[in-house]
Each structure stands twice: as structure tokens, then as C-alpha cells.
Design a protein around this ligand. Structure first.
Ligand code: OGA
Ligand code: MN
Length: 232
């Protein structure tokens, strides 16, 4: 059962963009960002809405997440065979309660990514991609998820590609190193598809980025319409 898919009902689009030119420009605002894009202007403009924080968790913390998640994940099989799925070669789960070490890390994620008054989607989404797994271009459901998506990457480096939905020539590639946190906000989240590249396409600025099994731990906030306003 694809429980998260039923919650998120991702709309995936085939964003086959023509790449006219590549230009390396590390985001000038954030020392840690590893972002290249179709133009320096786009990298600059979207810079505030796209963050990659390297070494957001330690090796030890990664180990604790794995210990907590692996037994449950291993009971599931990777799903490969649904050609129309947004994700290929994956198993997933969601988790509302965590051991204290993971909870402490998740609080760091929440503090780093979301405005103080944000209401978060209760359960955290855990996506386990096989080495050959990948995520096709899609935009997370605007009905169920709000302005911000924040994800920890465990076990593998990977490339996340953002492509402007109505202008496929405009794109950004994010290098997501193992143990980093990425954050997508606002325009980057609503007007750009995002995807995780498959092993054979996994290149950053001409450099091969080998893929291994990758587990992402993803926090999202709720859309404003889902907020429960206090009664007057
Ligand atoms: C998703 C998604 C990205 C990731 O599940 O909707 O885009 O980092 N995941 O796994
Ligand atoms: Mn997504």
C-alpha cells in the first residue's frame, strides 16, 4: 500500500527540459549551498527558497535513524513495477513517534526549516530508495502540504533537480550530500517540479555522483487552509 501517496497524491509531470547552458554558481548567500542552475540569475533568485545544509547530522545520528527505521523498512519490498508511479524502486513508511535521539534531530530540522507558527504534517515521511531507485518530476500535493518541504538524506549522496513547471529551460540542480538537510520553500516548492535522479543520470556539474541506497526523512507543513484556528 502506498500510504504516503494516498496522503500526498503527488501530481507528477514529465518535465523534459532542454538545457541550453550550464553555469556553476554556488549560491552567494549560503556558504553551504550546493546549487547550480540554468542561469546565475535563477540561482540568485531562488537562492533564498532552496537550501542545502551539509553535515546537518553526524554519522552517529545517521546510525541511530537507521537502527530505528531499518527493521520496519526491511519487512517491505521495494516497489518497481508501477510504470506510472512518481517513484521507482522504493519502499516507504511514515512515523509519528520517534526515539529521543531521532526526535532531537527532527526538532533541529523543524527549527531550521519552518516558521515558528507553522503547523506541521503530523507523521514524518520516510522514503527508502533502492540504489537503482529514483523519483520522477512532480510537485507535492498543494492540498495536503504547505509552503515548505525539508528532507534529511541518509546513506547516499544524490542530485535533486528542480525544473520550472511552465518554463523547462529554467532549472536548478542541488547536490544533496549524505547527511545533509535540504529545504524547498514557496516558489521552489510550488512552481518547480523536483526529482531525484537515477544512478546513470546522477551528475553534478559534469561530475559523477554515485548513488547508493538512500533513505530520506521528510518533514512538511500543512497548507494554511488546514490550520485549525483557535475558536473565539
Ligand atoms: C517526495 C519527494 C524527495 C526525497 O517524497 O515527494 O520528493 O528527498 N522526496 O526523497
Ligand atoms: Mn516530493
Amino acid at each position: 500500500m502506498k500510504l504516503l501517496l494516498s496522503v500526498l497524491s503527488r501530481t507528477h509531470r514529465s518535465a523534459v527540459g532542454s538545457k541550453h547552458f550550464r553555469s556553476l554558481s554556488l549560491s552567494p548567500l549560503r556558504g553551504h549551498a550546493l546549487v547550480v542552475g540554468s542561469s546565475p540569475e535563477l540561482v540568485q533568485r531562488l537562492g533564498a527558497q532552496v537550501e542545502v545544509r551539509t553535515s546537518f547530522i553526524t554519522e552517529e545520528e545517521e546510525g541511530v535513524f537507521l537502527q530505528e527505521l531499518d527493521p520496519g523498512l526491511k519487512k517491505k519490498r521495494y516497489e518497481f513495477d508501477h510504470w506510472d508511479d512518481a517513484i521507482h524502486g522504493y519502499r516507504e513508511t511514515e512515523r509519528a513517534r520517534w526515539g529521543s535521539a531521532c526526535e532531537e534531530v527532527l526538532n533541529r530540522v523543524r527549527f531550521a526549516a519552518f516558521p515558528q507558527d507553522s503547523q506541521l504534517l503530523g507523521p514524518v515521511h520516510v522514503l527508502d530508495l533502492d540504489k537503482t531507485g529514483f523519483i520522477k518530476p512532480h510537485i507535492d500535493s498543494v492540498k495536503f502540504c504547505g509552503t515548505t518541504i525539508a528532507g534529511l538524506s541518509l546513506l547516499s549522496d544524490s542530485i535533486m533537480r528542480l525544473v520550472k513547471e511552465d518554463a523547462p529551460g529554467e532549472w536548478l540542480d542541488l547536490l544533496l550530500p549524505r547527511r545533509s538537510l535540504y529545504i524547498l520553500r514557496d516558489e521552489a516548492r510550488f512552481n518547480f517540479t523536483h526529482e531525484i535522479l537515477k544512478e546513470e543520470d546522477s551528475e553534478f556539474n559534469g561530475l559523477k555522483v554515485p548513488r547508493q541506497r538512500r533513505i530520506s526523512v521528510i518533514c512538511r507543513n500543512l497548507p494554511d487552509s488546514e490550520r485549525t484556528e483557535p475558536e473565539l
